[in-house]
Every structure is written in C-alpha cells, then in structure tokens.
Ligand binder design. Structure first.
Ligand SMILES: Cc1ncc(C[n+]2csc(CCOP(=O)(O)OP(=O)(O)O)c2C)c(N)n1
Length: 668
C-alpha cells in the first residue's frame, strides 16, 4: 500500500476549520491508518485473529466521530476502527479486545469490533449487520422523548443495506421523526459482490424520497466534507428531530477480511482509488497549505506510533484469559435480585385473564414514567385484543406507540430505549409474528449483557396458542425457540392473578423477558385478582393441586386441561404443577414432586419434538431416576403445523391423548 502521494486528487474546503482543528483532524485520521499498518504485520505473524480493514475509508469513521458530540451515540460497523480511536478508546484495551483478553471489552467472549462501550457512547455491532439500525432508532427515540437535543449516527455498508432491517429502520425513523443519521458507507462491494449484483438503484440517496427523508451524498474520502455535512445535519436534527440518509462514497481497498483477498477486483481499480486515499490526500493538502511541515509531521507520526506500541506492550503483557465457570454463567443475565412485592391491600376484583394483563400494564406504566409500549395498533385501537384500550388517553401517544409493520426494527428500538436507560414493552400482535423479529431477540436482546455488560430491559408480549381455529399462522406455540436461548427469561402464566404479578415482575426485571399469554385464556377464565400493584416470583412454579399418585407438569392452557380431566377422575390424586416460568425452570419444585409421587407426565400444547417436555423428561431422568416407578411420559401436540378446521385442530392438540395417558400412568 502507498504511503505517499505525489498529486492530490481531493479538493478540500477548510472554511470554518482553524489550523489547530485541521491538525487535530490529521492526528485523528492518521491514527487508525497507523494502527492498521501495525495490525497487518501482527496478522501475518499470527498474533491477532481476523481483521476487517477500514483502510481507505477512514474519512467516514473519523469524520463522523469527530463531528458528533461525545455524549451522542455512534453505532459503528466492522470497518469503523476510526470511530473507536476518535472517541478515545484506550489502545491497550482495544488491542486486548482483538486478542480475546480480559481487559478488552467483552471478557474474551466476542471478537474484533463486536462490542459496545457505554463510557464512550458506542454501541457495537453483531455479525448480522442490519440490526444496528433498529437500535439506533431506539436511542434516537429516547433522545426525542427526553428532549435532550442529541443526534445519533448509525452505520451500514451498501451490502448490509439490502437487509430488511435497513428498510424497517429507515421507515420507522421517518414515520416517527427520529433524530438519527443513517450513514451508508458505499464502498462498492459487499464481500465479493459488486453493487450491480446487490441493488438496482443508481445511488442510495435516491431511496431518501421513498422514505420521506432528506438524503445527502458526500465524498467519503474527503474528511472535511464528511465533518461539515454531519455537523450540519446533526445541528439541524438536534432541535428539529428527523432522520437523514447520508451516503458516503468510498472504496474498500483491502479484502473483505485479510484472508479473503481481492482477486475479484477488476484490474486497475485499486490503483485508481489509491489516488483518492483519504489520509494521504489530506496530508498533502495540509502540507500544501503550509499547515503541516516536515517536523510536525514527523513528531505526530512518532507520537501515534509510540502510543500504539505502548498499547500493544500492555496488551501483549497481559496473560491469556482464565476460564471461570461462575463468571461465564453469572454474566448471562444482568444482576438482579427480585424482591417480590406484596399488594398494598387485600382488595381483589374478579377479572378475566386479559383484564389482569391490562391491569399490570397500566400500573407498570404508572410506576415507570420511562416505560414505553410499542406494537401494531396498540394506540387508539387498543391492540387487536384490546389489552391497551384507553392507554393513549392516560399515557399519551409518546408512550403508547403504534408501530409500522416491522417486528425487527421495533424489538431493536426496544433495545435502544434500554441502552438509553428506559424500559420497553413490545407487543407482538400474535406470537407467530415474532419470527420477523427473531434475530433481534436471539442475537441482540439475549446476548448483549453477556457480550459487553449492557442489559436489555425489554418485555416481548406474546399472544400465543391454539384451540381457536385460527390456522397455522395465528396459533403456534413457539416458547421452545426462546427456552433454548441463554440470556432470555420465558414466562408463561395460566391464571389471571399470576399473569398480573408476573407481567409486573417481567417489566421490573432489567433482563429481556418473553411473556406468553394464551389467547384462549384471555376471555375464558376469571379469577379474583389483587387490585393493587404487586409482583409474583419469576422462576417459581406452583402447585395447582396436591396428590400422591402421580405428577403432572404443564403450563398455560395445559393447566386448565389437566384440571378439567382430573375433575373427571376423582380417583386420581395428582400433583399438578403449573410451571409459570419456563426459563429459568424451577427444577426444585419439579424434583420435589417427582420424588413424592414416582410417576410423572409432562404435558404441553407445543409439538412433541424439541418441545420443553423433552428437556424436563431428561432432567427428571438424570436427577430423579431412583425415585421413578414408571417411565417419564410426554404428551404434546402432533408434529405438524397447527391446522385450521376444528376437527383437525382438535386432533392436533394433545387433550384426548392426555386423557388416555393419565389413566394409563395411574394404572401403571
Ligand atoms: C445476515 C448476514 N448475512 C451475511 C453475512 C456475511 N457477511 C459479512 S460482511 C458481508 C458483506 C457486507 O458488505 P457491506 O455491508 O457492503 O459492508 P463492507 O464489508 O463492504 O464494509 C457479508 C456478506 C453476515 N455477517 N450477516
């Protein structure tokens, strides 16, 4: 790679920049370049793992970080080393991060730039690229609601902009007038794929009009143009919140990552772009202007190289990380010791399941002014199940937000709110639609605390389940998808009082909670529910009935089916356990009961294969084998999608098979 240029090809406008500032910008743009030079050597020596080069794109990273205020959030991508250095991240920690060492930002759990640093107001990416954009919406929403006159900038590549998250996030930002800058680094390639195989529009700014958003294009290699443009946009949106699309034209000089090479680049293309190098052009400009002389240049080089070497010395001196089981396990969740809150009085009112949910939401909204509810049609319409009816009148539209159809962006927005110290409840219109927000839940909400210590204070409400003749896309039981994911909590009440107490508890908990509400129960069951605010313990199962013949372990609608069938069999005295929380699972209660009865039937509405019943059966086998008088029995729905027609759905559901299995186990 070239280290000098004989002729400048970029024209700079230094109006508004003092000479001192121009030199400060020089220091800032030179630093990531010199780090890269060093990294490439270390990579060849096998001393660091993967490296995603930002060589040739420094004008954008550095320019953006330079233009934004320190207290404003930046959400960078994999080529934005310059964001981290310009924000002043200590280099020893950065290098320790690349080496998987303890003093990095993820305790060795994640690599390269996959980390955030709250002290520096940086939220790092996950590998999936696009989800960053939705998080930026949430941070921008928090800024807007707090009226703190802050802007946010989030990056995407031209390839990442093909993801659905790009569309969803820009659309939400436009509809909600969020103060966020979507910076697209258009470096012409996504891995080996050139732009003409990635998108059909001529340029990204053409998309602005489609989103109803202003769009600017800049020469991303011209750092002064980048800074001036971002300053102008940020200044404007701080006081008049709205999003902007900023397309930064540039080129990726090196391979996608160092090992993958650049064979697919047409001959001569890289040579053309060398002439447009953002660092060398700027250096030449300062020299031509008489702002940078040989002595100053030499001392700046020496100073930065010294800083890099000092950082490397510290990072290399640090020993490899020690694996500690306790730390690994305990960091999965944000530390939180639930204090169960009793209601202030004994007053109770008979309520349907749905009213209890509504009650909890209302009282939590009163308790937490920083809580925001988001979902499709949740505002004036009150949600399709009317859970939030009347909420807009009481809490206003800022806090009860109708969303466009975009589950991924909205879950991401919830996370962004949490990063900004707020709380979010996201309503899935039906639990089935969570598939469209799956990535944000599984890869962002669930892992973010373990990765870099940021909690995700988001509750996702999941109206779930069948028995309503609603067909395969409005009936699924999908709790097992989340049960399998460390970092989430999965709550699934069966009674109105539990629903209220557990929903309040879920909102109180700073961790992400998937809250399942069975739609069939919404209006079919009633119970006396405490009027006052209270919480129930997350992670605690309950006995609905006690008996010594056998144990039934179930949750949700299964509890009510089991009660109904037991009523028809007065000769069977069963322990009926309502799990209430699936993750963390109350194994203590399960084992206690199984040891008392010796026979166990695990029963759920979800399909058999890969269902939670399999896990519970395995745990019982491993932990209570000596207490068992019969094989653990599982009863579940058929391994098919959920059918629409009533006779098909009833055959699919497990009730009839449960009746038979219960008697057989009793007689075993
Ligand atoms: C969802 C997803 N699909 C595929 C990949 C693999 N991948 C990583 S980066 C990349 C190309 C990204 O191109 P672009 O967004 O233009 O950014 P650039 O690397 O050019 O800076 C691909 C395909 C991924 N990380 N995530």
């Amino acid at each position: 790679m070239e280290t000098t240029l004989s002729k400048r090809t970029i024209t700079y406008n230094k109006e508004g920049f003092s000479n001192d500032e121009l030199i400060a910008i020089y220091r800032a743009i030179l630093k990531p370049r010199l780090i890269e030079e060093k990294m490439l050597i270390l990579l060849r020596q096998g001393k660091i793992s993967k490296w995603f080069s930002g060589w040739g794109q420094e004008g954008i990273s550095v320019g953006a970080a330079y233009a934004m205020k320190h207290e404003e959030f930046i959400l960078p991508m994999h080529r934005n080393l310059g964001v981290f250095t310009t924000r002043g991240i200590p280099l020893n920690r950065l290098f320790a991060q690349f080496q998987g060492k303890m003093s990095g930002f993820t305790k060795g759990r994640d690599r390269s730039f996959h980390f955030g640093a709250k002290d520096y107001n940086i939220v790092g990416m996950i590998s999936h690229l696009g989800p960053q954009l939705g998080i930026a919406d949430g941070i921008a929403l928090a800024n807007k609601l707090k009226k703190n006159e802050q802007a946010t900038i989030v990056f995407t590549g031209d390839g990442g902009a093909s993801e659905g998250d790009f569309h969803e996030s820009l659309n939400v930002a436009a509809v909600w007038d969020l103060p966020v800058i979507f910076a697209i680094e258009n470096n012409c390639w996504g891995l080996s794929t050139p732009s003409n195989e990635q998108f059909r529009c001529k340029q990204f700014i053409d998309k602005g009009i489609g989103y109803g958003m202003d769009a600017f294009q800049v020469d991303g290699n011209n750092i002064l143009e980048v800074i001036s443009t971002i300053r102008k946009i940020a200044n404007s949106i701080r006081t008049k919140p709205r999003p902007f699309l900023l397309e930064c034209m540039t080129f990726r000089m090196r391979g996608h990552e160092e090992a993958s090479g650049t064979k697919y680049y047409p001959e001569g293309l890289q040579d053309e772009w060398v002439k447009k190098d953002p660092v060398l052009n700027y250096e030449l400009f300062l020299e031509e202007e008489g702002i940078l002389d040989a002595g100053l240049k030499e001392s700046i080089y020496a100073e930065i190289k010294g800083e890099i070497q000092a950082g490397l010395d510290i990072a290399f001196a640090e020993g490899p990380i020690t694996a500690t089981l306790d730390t690994e396990l305990s960091d999965v969740y944000a530390p939180f010791k639930q204090e169960v809150k009793a209601p202030a009085s004994d007053a109770k009112t008979e309520k349907r399941f749905i009213d209890a949910i509504s009650d909890a939401l209302r009282q939590s909204m009163e308790k937490y002014p920083e809580l925001v509810i988001m979902g499709q049609d949740v505002a004036e319409y009150g949600g399709v199940f009317k859970v939030t009816e009347g909420f807009v009148d009481q809490f206003g539209k800022d806090r009860v937000r109708n969303t466009p159809l975009c589950e991924s962006a909205i879950v991401g927005t919830g996370l962004g709110l949490s990063i900004s110290g707020m709380k979010a409840v996201v309503e899935m219109q039906f639990a089935d639609f969570v598939t469209c927000g799956f990535n944000q839940i599984i890869n962002n909400l669930a892992k973010i605390h373990w990765r870099w210590g940021q909690n995700a204070d988001v509750v996702v409400r999941m109206p779930t389940g069948a028995n309503t003749a609603a067909g395969p896309f409005h009936s699924q039981s999908n709790e097992a998808w989340f049960f399998h994911t460390p970092g989430l909590k999965v709550v699934y009440p069966a009674f109105p009082n539990d629903a209220k107490g557990l929903l309040n508890a879920a909102i109180e908990d700073p961790n992400p909670v998937m809250f399942f509400e069975h739609k069939f129960l919404y209006r079919s069951i009633r119970q006396d529910v405490h009027d006052d605010y209270f919480t129930a313990e997350i992670g605690k199962a309950g006995y609905v009935r006690r008996g010594e013949d056998l144990t039934i372990i179930t949750y949700g609608l299964g509890v009510h089916w089991a009660m109904e069938v037991l009523d028809q069999h007065p000769e069977i005295n069963a322990d009926l356990i309502d799990l209430r929380t699936l993750l963390p699972l109350d194994t203590e209660t399960i084992y206690e009961s199984v040891r008392n009865t010796g026979k166990v039937l695990v029963f759920h509405e979800d399909c058999m294969t890969g269902g939670i019943g399999g896990e519970i059966a395995a745990l019982i086998n491993e932990n209570c084998f000596d207490a068992l008088d019969a094989p653990v029995k599982r009863i579940a729905s058929l391994d098919t999608p959920v059918p629409f027609a009533v006779p098909l759905e009833q055959q699919f559901l497990p009730l009839e098979r449960f009746k038979q299995a219960l008697v057989e186990l009793f007689e075993f």
